[in-house]
Ligand binder design. Structure first.
Ligand SMILES: Nc1ncnc2c1ncn2[C@@H]1O[C@H](COP(=O)(O)OP(=O)(O)OP(=O)(O)O)[C@@H](O)[C@H]1O
Ligand SMILES: [Mg+2]
Length: 294
C-alpha cells in the first residue's frame, strides 16, 4: 500500500548565486537553479528514494504550477494535481560567494472554498489506497485551521495512520484529532507546550504531554543533538543521537527524517528502528543539496 502525502503550499525554490548583495545596485545573478520545493514534496522525494511508493497530492496554479508539475514528472513521483486559480509561489534563496544566504518566501495562492473542498474530496477518495497519510507543512491562506484535524479524523475511519509535521496554531488545532505520530522539532514542541525547553527533562515532559493528548507517538527531532521517540501508552521512551557529520545543508533534514520513519512504519518494523532509520535518513539529507537525495 502506498503512503499518501499532502503538500498544500508547494513552491518552486529558486537559488540565485551572486558574488555579493549590494543595496541600491544592480546585482548580477551568476547562476540560477530551480527545483520543486516545500515540505510535502521533500517527504515524497525521500520516501520514493527509500522505496516507499508515495502518492503526492499537489494543488498547483499558473505557469509556475506547470513548471513545478514538470519537475515532479521528471522525478517520476506519482502525483494527483488539483488545479488552482492562483499561481504557485516561487521561493527565492540568494547565496553569496562567502556562503551567506537570504531567503524570500511569498505567501502563496489563497485557496477558494471550492478549491479546498476538491482537495479534501480527492484525498478522502484515495484513503482506501493508502496505509499512511503524511501531513507536512503550513497551511495556505483560505484553508481552515482545522484542515489537518479533519483529514486525520477521516483517515482514522479508514484505518489509515497519520504522520503530522507542522507548527504553531495549526499544530495546536490538529492535536485533538489524535494523529498516529507527530514530529515536532524542539522549537515547535516548546511553542506547543507554551514554555521553553531548557533540559532533556523538559523535552521529555513536553513530549509526554503531547503523547498523552494524542495517545500516540511523538518524535522530537533535535538537529545534531539526541532525538526522542516516545509513546506514553506503549511505555516507550528512547533518546538517540545522529551520526556526527559536517552538514552541507540542514533545510529539509526534518522532512527526510519523517520519510525515513514513514518507510519503517510501512515495513512494519519496531519503533526502535523508526528512531534509528529516521535519524540516519535525516543525517543523509544534511549531506545533500536542497532538492536532491542520495
Ligand atoms: N548537524 C547535524 N548533524 C547530524 N544530523 C543532523 C544535523 N542536523 C540535522 N540532522 C539530522 O536531521 C534530523 C532532523 O533535523 P532537525 O531536528 O533540524 O529537523 P527540522 O528542524 O524539522 O528541519 P526542517 O524542518 O528544516 O526539515 C535530525 O534528527 C538528524 O537526524
Ligand atoms: Mg521541521
Amino acid at each position: 500500500m502506498s503512503a499518501l502525502v499532502l503538500a498544500l503550499n508547494p513552491s518552486i525554490d529558486a537559488e540565485w548565486r551572486v558574488d555579493d548583495v549590494i543595496w541600491e545596485e544592480k546585482n548580477n545573478v551568476q547562476f540560477e537553479r530551480r527545483w520543486a520545493g516545500g515540505k510535502g514534496i521533500n517527504v515524497a522525494r525521500w520516501l520514493k528514494h527509500l522505496g516507499g511508493k508515495p502518492k503526492l497530492f499537489l494543488p498547483l496554479g499558473g505557469v509556475t504550477g506547470d513548471e513545478l508539475a514538470r519537475y515532479i514528472r521528471e522525478e517520476r513521483i506519482s502525483t494527483s494535481i488539483i488545479p488552482l486559480a492562483g499561481p504557485t509561489r516561487v521561493n527565492v534563496i540568494i547565496t553569496t560567494g562567502a556562503g551567506r544566504q537570504m531567503r524570500f518566501n511569498p505567501l502563496g495562492p489563497k485557496l477558494t472554498k471550492p478549491e479546498w473542498k476538491i482537495i479534501v474530496e480527492r484525498v478522502e477518495s484515495r484513503l482506501g489506497q493508502g496505509s499512511l497519510l503524511i501531513l507536512s507543512g503550513s497551511l495556505p491562506r483560505g484553508v481552515p485551521l482545522n484542515a489537518y484535524a479533519h483529514l486525520i479524523t477521516r483517515a482514522r475511519k479508514h484505518g489509515v495512520r497519520t504522520l503530522l509535521d507542522c507548527d504553531g496554531d495549526v499544530l495546536i488545532a490538529s492535536i485533538p484529532s489524535r494523529p498516529f505520530l507527530v514530529k515536532p522539532n524542539e522549537h515547535e514542541l516548546a511553542r506547543w507546550f507554551g514554555r521553553p525547553l531548557r533540559t532533556e527533562k523538559d523535552v521529555v515532559r513536553a513530549a509526554r504531554a503531547l503523547s498523552e493528548k494524542t495517545r500516540g507517538w511523538v518524535f522530537v527531532s533535535r538537529g545534531a543533538g539526541a532525538s526522542l521517540l516516545l509513546n506514553v501508552q506503549e511505555q516507550f521512551q528512547t533518546f538517540a543521537r545522529p551520526a556526527r557529520v559536517k552538514p552541507r545543508n540542514t533545510v529539509g533534514a526534518g522532512d527526510a527524517l519523517l520519510a525515513g520513519v514513514a518507510r519503517q512504519i510501512q515495513l512494519g518494523t519496531l519503533p526502535s528502528e523508526w528512531l534509528e532509520h529516521g535519524l540516519s535518513v535525516g543525517t543523509r539529507a544534511t549531506q545533500c543539496l536542497p532538492g536532491h537525495v542520495s
